[in-house]
Design a protein around this ligand. Structure first.
Ligand SMILES: Cc1cc2nc3c(=O)[nH]c(=O)nc-3n(C[C@H](O)[C@H](O)[C@H](O)COP(=O)(O)OP(=O)(O)OC[C@H]3O[C@@H](n4cnc5c(N)ncnc54)[C@H](O)[C@@H]3O)c2cc1C
Length: 384
């Protein structure tokens, strides 16, 4: 175990202990089955809601815990210890990717109805931005929402949506106006609304304990009361939540790398070749040393960005740097962890095999590595 980390205080450490026991007892034993089935069992969300884990950063007025960002970091980190990154990702989508814009720009009625049940785990939420023809270029999405009486008539489709087959409500990015980001709005769409359907559940390389779906909207009539914030301001609301979303992606990456490192150290201490544990061969020992240094560097970049975020300081550049570094670093570290396991690392019964497949997503989802570089370079230009 690592030394005590002075980034966290006693209350965070106590919460970490509670979470670690919860994850060991109630999540880890189920993860293999969820990986096999290609999805988690939704009842776990209700259990986590009952324990107060799902609304850490949200106001107590709506069932949240009013906790600081470090508490959320502890939650993210400990959930990642379950032995797969897919299920944690689904939880982070619910708690910190799909719901922040509701908390930021939703009105009292919307928060009372939706945010409260998101915190309690009674409703599961997804966020639908990506479309078959619009990924990185999210400002140009084409799903149309046209006002028709007291409802928006929604037509279009969304691609790669996490929690898509299980969600009760989808925070959907739609076009209510002209081209570009100024024509974009957010609509909360209940999945029992006629005209909504799950096109198909997608089969994936990794993150298998999380579901991913294509969603279809065909003359789906959504009450105009479900518009989040103002028409045409949806892109700003989304952007406001992106720093936190990307911080959670950083955690998936450095924790994936951390777990692979721990597995590799354990394995290297017990695997005997040429008459001694392989950790006794300097090449392997140095690989482990480099892996540990990389994980530490990624974690500290993420903690720095989280500190800025917690202090309310704009940290688009720092979060983007952390996400870029952590997601690419995780690929390097986990690749080496597989290498240290030799042939066993290629076998499904070893955790590093799963981590190797899971970690790839972070260089793609939540903004690709190329898009992170674009954002960082734009910030450099602005700050010059
Ligand atoms: C498992 C999984 C879960 C996901 N969950 C969600 C979700 O819950 N909700 C949601 O809305 N989306 C989700 N996504 C979608 C994800 O956010 C997108 O895949 C991502 O934004 C990239 O979009 P794209 O796949 O269309 O790739 P594209 O945007 O088509 O990019 C293809 C390639 O071109 C590069 N590229 C594109 N534009 C540029 C540029 N300007 N400069 C340089 N390079 C560029 C990219 O970096 C990439 O390498 C998920 C995806 C996956 C795989």
């Amino acid at each position: 175990m690592a030394n005590k980390d002075y980034f966290f205080q006693d209350d965070h450490n106590a919460f970490r202990e509670t979470l670690r026991r919860f994850v060991e007892k109630e999540i880890t034993p189920k993860v293999d089955a969820w990986e096999e089935e290609g999805c988690y069992d939704k009842v776990i969300f209700k259990r986590m809601g009952d324990l107060g884990f799902l609304g850490l950063s949200y106001p107590s007025e709506y069932g949240g815990q009013d906790a600081d960002i470090k508490m959320t970091l502890v939650f993210w980190e400990e959930l990642c210890r379950c032995g797969a990154l897919g299920f944690p990702m689904s939880v982070f989508v619910h708690t910190d990717m799909a719901s922040p814009s509701l908390a930021h720009v939703g009105n009292h009625e919307q928060k009372n109805k939706y945010l409260r049940s998101i915190c309690s785990g009674d409703k599961l939420i997804a966020v639908a931005i990506t479309e078959p023809n619009h990924g990185s270029d999210a400002a140009n999405i084409g799903t149309k929402a046209v006002l028709d009486g007291d409802c928006y008539r929604v037509n279009g489709s969304k691609m790669f949506i996490t929690n898509g087959t299980k969600a009760d409500v989808i925070n959907t990015v739609v076009r209510t106006g002209g081209p570009g980001y100024r024509g974009v709005s957010l609509l909360l769409i209940d999945t029992d609304t006629p005209g909504f359907s799950v096109g198909r559940k997608l089969d994936k390389m990794g993150m298998r304990s999380s579901d991913t779906a294509e969603l279809v909207f065909e003359d789906c009539m959504v009450p105009k009361d479900n518009l989040l914030g103002q028409e045409g301001h949806g892109f700003y609301a989304l952007m406001a939540g992106l720093e936190k979303e990307r911080l959670s992606a950083c955690t998936l990456s450095y924790m994936g790398a951390q777990m692979a490192l721990e597995e590799a150290v354990r394995y290297a201490k017990t695997r005997i070749q040429f008459g001694k544990p392989i950790i006794g061969h300097q090449v392997v020992a140095h690989m482990l040393a480099e892996m540990a240094t990389e994980v530490e560097a990624g974690r500290r970049l993420a903690y720095h960005a989280a500190s800025l975020y917690g202090a309310g300081i704009g940290c688009n550049m720092e979060v983007s740097m952390a996400k870029l570094f952590c997601s690419e670093m995780a690929l390097r570290v986990i690749n080496n962890a597989v290498q240290i396991h030799g042939g066993y690392g290629f076998m499904k019964e070893y955790m590093v095999e799963r981590l190797y497949r899971d970690a790839k997503l972070s260089t793609i989802g939540g903004g690709t590595s190329q898009i992170m570089k674009y954002i960082i370079s734009k910030e450099l230009e602005l700050r010059e």
